[in-house]
Design a protein around this ligand. Structure first.
Ligand SMILES: *Cc1c(COP(=O)(O)O)cnc(C)c1O
Length: 375
């Protein structure tokens, strides 16, 4: 070895070392190993907003059929899935791009629109991926305060500068579960600067009954500078497959396709997504379970005198004191939730709605943790 050897750090682009890392929900197997449990089945994970019902049964059946084709590369352009989405959403196929989860699409947006001369605008308690991706491309981040844990679209519009390229709005937002309505979105879009692309991340939108879903696809039809992000990870139960999509004017989709790897989404994920899209019964069951579960958890929080943030998604943030300690205590009893200190909310945890049985167990663990930690 040469003693003048350069370190990897010295060779890396200068801002890489300073990048934050995303702290995901703890995997069940990892926690089982740590607790010395042979049976990972005793642990429940209510930490990543996954669908407690499992995957769409139609998606599973389609995958079984398709398994014999896995030696072949997928259609990177995801023709069949884009056709199915086009029919379902009433937009042309050339306004749709698919990605390995909507997280990949956020990164593609970075590749196309962000560099060290650019800025993003987001809310301070919005989905953390936006600022991580901005940092990856050396772009600045303007984070405006939320009001009652909700995006303050007026403040966000005011925060736009000549350097702003992208504004991110998560609707409903993760981790707060709050939503902005059609009127506020329309007012925000009305007269927004022409050099700004508005990304509306609708990861949880299908959980709402259609009459409560704001219509943002209309902005795309109007040719506005809007990108809508959707995913199959939450409502459709396909988080492990990694499949999501974006809807935007064709001129924008064309650019996003230039920075997409040729086979970015797998054949299995595409086939499963087409089948899941058709699984109305599963979506309904998921909506019903989520609604009932939220109601159950929220009324328990009220009885326990715990403040919570009323949620429009499949998770809820609750104020427990020392969130990190409560999280650790619950984890020791086999219930994984999410501490909120990475979001600057150290007194909160976020709980994903589970099955009725899981919700029960979660509450037992929460009560024990609150008693132990706060006494
Ligand atoms: C879960 C989530 C996503 C995306 O997840 P993917 O699995 O990458 O599709 C995107 N945005 C928000 C707000 C989320 O909560």
């Amino acid at each position: 070895m040469n003693d003048q050897a350069m370190t990897f750090n010295a060779l890396a682009r200068p801002w890489i070392e300073g990048l934050g890392t995303y702290e995901p929900g703890r995997p069940i197997e990892e926690v089982a190993r740590e607790l010395g449990l042979a049976d990972a089945g005793e642990i429940i994970k209510l930490a990543s907003n996954e669908n407690a019902l499992g995957p769409s049964p139609k998606a599973m059946a389609a995958i079984r059929q398709a398994a014999k084709q896995m030696h072949q590369y997928p259609d990177g352009g995801a023709y069949a899935l884009r056709q199915a989405l086009s029919r379902k959403l009433g937009v042309p196929p050339d306004t749709i791009i698919t990605g390995a989860g909507s997280n990949e699409l956020i990164e593609l947006i970075g590749h196309v629109f962000l560099d060290h001369t650019a800025e993003i605008v987001m809310a301070d308690r919005a989905f953390v991926a936006y600022k991580l991706i901005a940092a990856m491309f050396g772009a600045g981040v303007i984070a405006t305060p939320m009001v009652r844990f909700t995006h303050d679209l007026k403040a966000m519009k005011k925060a736009i500068t000549p350097k702003t390229r992208v504004v991110f709005i998560a609707n409903p937002n993760n981790p707060t579960g709050t939503m902005v309505g059609q009127g506020d979105l329309d007012a925000f879009m009305n007269g927004i600067a022409d050099h700004v692309i508005v990304v509306i991340d609708e990861a949880y939108i299908e959980l709402l009954p259609p009459r409560l879903q704001p219509d943002c696809i209309r902005y795309v039809r109007e040719g506005r500078k809007v990108i809508i992000l959707r995913t199959f990870s939450k409502t459709y139960g396909l988080a492990g497959l990694r499949i999501g999509y974006a809807i935007a004017p064709a001129a924008c989709i064309r650019l996003l396709n230039k920075v997409r790897q040729p086979f970015n989404t797998s054949a299995m994920s595409q086939i499963a997504a087409v089948a899941a899209l058709d699984d109305d019964a599963f979506v309904k069951e998921t909506r019903d379970m989520t609604k009932a579960g939220l109601k159950f958890l929220e009324s328990a929080f009220r009885r326990m005198d715990l403040e919570y943030v009323p949620s429009s998604a499949n998770f809820v943030m609750v104020k427990v004191g020392n969130g990190r300690q409560i999280f650790e205590h619950m984890q020791r009893s086999g219930v994984i939730v999410r501490p909120m200190d990475p979001y600057g909310l150290p007194e909160y945890i976020r709980i994903t709605v589970g099955t009725p049985k899981q919700n029960q167990r979660c509450l037992v663990a929460l009560r024990a943790a609150v008693n132990a930690v706060n006494s």
